[in-house]
Design a protein around this ligand. Structure first.
Ligand SMILES: Cc1cc2nc3c(=O)[nH]c(=O)nc-3n(C[C@H](O)[C@H](O)[C@H](O)COP(=O)(O)O)c2cc1C
Length: 451
């Protein structure tokens, strides 16, 4: 019967209604002693928050998260973590006019038919507002994954038939649709605004990419990775379709076209695939390539345009839904999708770590190899940012060396080392080496461009 929880080892329970006192999440299964950055959790909630642009609802809530338990002095205690977000801008009277009617496409009829009682205000538990609880829980998983070098990024790929033609990750947070293509985002926005002016709404497609996930996430046969990801993502309101890799398009290909050719990468010794039609999952288990998922988001059901419906007594009538609704849900689904994927990936990572908790030297060494691999990928990512900083310094005529900043970086690293139980001197020396490499890269890059 109960359906408000997800995950086995990173177990979340979501609670609360849209127009009740609060919504929130309880997370059970996080080990003690992990540093948690509450600002990062708040930042994710701010991304989901309504009232941010012309293409989202005007409901305006601070969505300030409060931690009631499970975190002490910035660290997890191993006890259930309860996060709460108070509802502060409910306008329940907006629902009085339609409280005796079912909104086509919304959950009013099915909730009432099943439970015999339903909080009609704002859709109660079926409201998009419930997803703030998921974002809070997912943000915690996301930051714990980031510490392992695993990143999760989602963006709007298509809206109202307009698809992106480039993927520029730096663009995502700079347009109202959260699309990685500024030009496409403009055309998407025009279509959303036009639909809104007609009292209508539009849908779209959101893509999620998980980078640097280790090989081995997913438990055949019922907890295959794509099965758990599908369940988590399809549980988001308005999400009606799910695919991994090339998904439904695979049905139109031949085996020779769809298979991803395999090879051994000499530099790392890893087994890789040349293409990624499988979307990083084979046999329900991650294969180490990027995990690529897409979800279809339906057009918002609450629209001003008149539609045929019935009253709770079963009488025919017409309905026009006023109030504050998202004319396109995609940009707000982006952080929710990231949160759901983070929850599932962290759950499976914990399960994989338990499986690997063994005394077999080979398994332990494999884990070390994977961690080393993550460290190297992160270093390579760092180097590309270092080059961008170098280009900026060149443009603005700044010196490559900045002793003050370097001292500050070293001070912060030493502080973090102490917090997470690493040797401070070692960490300082490590970062002195890394910063030497940065200086060298920037100097030779600038030199190259000058010559
Ligand atoms: C972030 C978010 C915001 C949403 N905003 C609205 C909204 O403003 N109006 C609306 O009718 N539905 C909205 N929805 C969708 C409803 O929650 C969803 O359509 C409803 O629960 C019925 O479920 P179903 O569409 O999955 O069948 C939103 C969903 C999400 C995830």
């Amino acid at each position: 019967m109960p359906g408000s929880s997800l995950g086995t080892h990173f177990h979340i329970v979501s609670f609360g209604e849209s127009h009740g006192r609060a919504i929130g999440a309880v997370i059970d299964g996080v080990r003690p002693g992990l540093s948690i950055d509450l600002d990062l959790i708040q930042k994710e909630l701010d991304r989901r928050r309504p009232g941010q642009s012309k293409v989202t609802t005007a409901r305006s809530e601070a969505d300030k998260v409060e931690i009631l338990s499970g975190i002490f002095e910035g660290k997890t205690t191993g006890m259930p973590i309860c996060m709460i977000i108070w509802n502060t801008d409910q306008r329940s009277s907006a629902y009085d006019k339609i409280k005796d009617m079912f909104r086509p496409g919304h959950a009013g009829y099915t909730y009432l038919a099943k439970f015999g009682i339903s909080d009609y205000r704002g859709g109660g538990r079926s409201s998009g507002r419930e997803t703030a609880a998921r974002v809070a829980a997912g943000a915690l998983a996301k930051q714990l994954l980031a510490k392992r070098g695993i990143s999760i990024i989602a963006y709007t790929k298509e809206v109202a038939g307009v698809a992106v033609s480039t993927i520029d990750l730096n663009e995502i947070e700079h347009n109202s649709l959260r699309a990685p293509d500024a030009e496409a985002a403009k055309r998407m926005e025009e279509r959303v605004i036009a639909a809104k002016a007609e009292g209508d709404s539009v849908g779209g497609i959101v893509e999620v990419v998980v980078r640097n996930a280790p090989v081995g996430l997913g438990e055949p046969v019922f907890d295959k990775l794509e099965a758990d990801l599908g369940k988590a993502l399809l549980s988001i309101g308005a999400v009606r379709g799910f695919e991994v890799g090339n998904g439904f398009a695979a049905a139109r290909l031949k085996g020779s076209e769809n298979n991803d050719p395999m090879y051994k990468e000499e530099s790392t010794g890893r087994i890789r695939t040349r293409t990624n039609n499988a979307g990083g999952i084979a046999g329900g288990i991650s294969n180490g390539e990027d995990i690529v998922i897409r979800i279809a988001v339906k057009p918002t059901s609450s629209i001003r345009k008149e539609q045929e419906t019935v009253t709770v007594e079963g009488k025919s009538t017409m309905i026009s839904v006023e109030g504050r609704h998202d004319p396109c849900i995609c940009p707000r689904v982006v952080p929710v999708a990231e949160a759901m994927v983070a929850t599932v990936i962290f759950d499976h990572l914990t399960r994989l770590q338990l499986l690997r908790k063994t005394n077999r030297l080979k398994d332990l060494r494999d884990t070390i190899d994977q961690l080393d691999h993550s460290i190297m990928l992160l270093l390579s990512e760092r180097q590309s940012v270092v080059k961008q900083v170098g280009a900026f310094k060149k443009r603005s005529g700044r010196q490559v060396s900045d002793k003050g900043r370097e001292q500050e970086v070293l001070r912060k690293k030493a502080k973090l080392a102490k917090e997470i139980g690493l040797d401070e001197t070692f960490v300082k020396e490590l970062f002195q080496g890394i910063m030497k490499l940065s200086r060298h890269t920037q100097k030779s890059d600038i030199g190259k461009r000058r010559s």
